[in-house]
Design a protein around this ligand. Structure first.
Ligand code: UTP
Length: 310
């Protein structure tokens, strides 16, 4: 339910402006779509879900879940598909493994394992065919009751002191409403991302006017790309139901968001941090080095090794 409320506007950059907004409610649910084919990572993803590829010692999808949980979200909805069962196993209790670890005098490893299954409530819904991100989000509709929710793409990692989602939720407290994470990319890279046409409101906040998925350099309205973090209203589902196939013959979340932006304010927030597209081989390797270097166990060894290469 949205409640009309006059806010005195203590948002960075909007001081003194009285804006009509709606009261922010605590967002409880995160949707993590994991039903894609991961074609850029074949043959590794022939039988292994891309989202289970590990960076240091955790699969990509665990980073996304931890980001959501640390931002106060306690219900995770996975949109899964064929060949994705290991994701369910990963977030479940592994009774046999726990018994074997105890027998092998490795009980000290148990708390780290138990934390995984206890950190949130996990629900699963199947996307029977990989028909695009928009379609994957639509599959979560039966598990989201009329409330705002977030979507995280596990293959996008933002390495930052404050997580991408937390940065967005901080702003959502002041400007509750649909929101996408943004980062500027090199002009030459615009055709790999969803790109926004946006009006700048403050140094970091934009109002979205349009969005285009993977545009050519000539058609790109800016170099501001959508990072895989979204805050969405329940009305996005009705919009997705009307959305027809777009780029790549897939139902694009970008197209539904563009239509939504024609009816209500949709914000874009420039996120601080280093972004890695871990669904891409080079991006995955860079993320491994960046996260490896900040890992307390292996960071120093990796740093020494990299220096030797220099
Ligand atoms: P991507 O486009 O990065 O994933 O989607 P992909 O399609 O699996 O990868 P490539 O391009 O073929 O290598 C971002 C996230 O959305 C999910 C993916 O699993 C990924 O985590 N996704 C994508 C779905 O759940 N369903 C889809 O139909 C498409």
């Amino acid at each position: 339910m949205t409640v009309g409320k006059v806010c005195n506007g203590h948002t960075p950059g909007v001081q003194g402006v009285r804006i009509l907004t709606r009261a922010a409610k605590q967002i409880r649910k995160a949707v993590i779509p994991v039903a894609g084919l991961g074609t850029r990572f074949l043959p590794a993803t022939k039988s292994l879900p891309k989202e289970m590829l590990p960076i240091v010692d955790k699969p990509l999808v665990q980073y996304a879940v931890e980001e959501a949980v640390s931002a106060g979200i306690n219900q995770i909805v996975f949109v899964t598909g064929r060949n994705k069962r290991t994701i369910e196993d990963h977030f479940d209790v592994s009774f046999e493994l726990e018994v074997m670890l105890q027998r092998a005098n490795k009980a000290h490893l148990l708390p780290k394992l138990r934390e995984i299954s206890e950190m949130a409530t996990f629900c699963y819904v199947r996307q029977q065919e990989a028909r695009g991100l928009g379609h994957a989000v639509l599959c979560a509709k039966p598990l989201i009751d009329g409330e705002d929710f977030v979507v995280l793409l596990a293959d996008e990692i933002l390495h930052a002191p404050v997580s991408a989602l937390q940065q967005m939720l901080n702003l959502y407290q002041i400007r509750p409403g649909p929101m996408v994470g943004l980062q500027a990319v090199e002009q030459a890279a615009v055709s790999q991302y969803g790109i926004v046409d946006a009006k700048q409101i403050t140094q970091t906040l934009y109002r979205i006017k349009g969005m285009v998925e993977k545009p050519s350099l000539e058609d790109a309205p800016s170099n501001l790309s959508v990072v895989g973090r979204y805050i969405l209203p329940h009305t996005i589902f009705a919009q997705l139901e009307k959305t027809t196939s777009g780029v790549g013959n897939e139902i694009q979340l970008t197209d539904a968001l563009k239509a939504l932006a024609g009816r209500m304010p949709v914000y874009g927030v420039c996120l601080e941090g280093e972004r890695f597209d871990a669904g891409d081989k080079a991006g995955f390797l860079k993320a491994t080095v960046a996260l490896g270097l900040s890992d307390p166990q292996v960071g120093q060894t990796l740093r020494t090794y990299l220096k030797q290469l220099d």
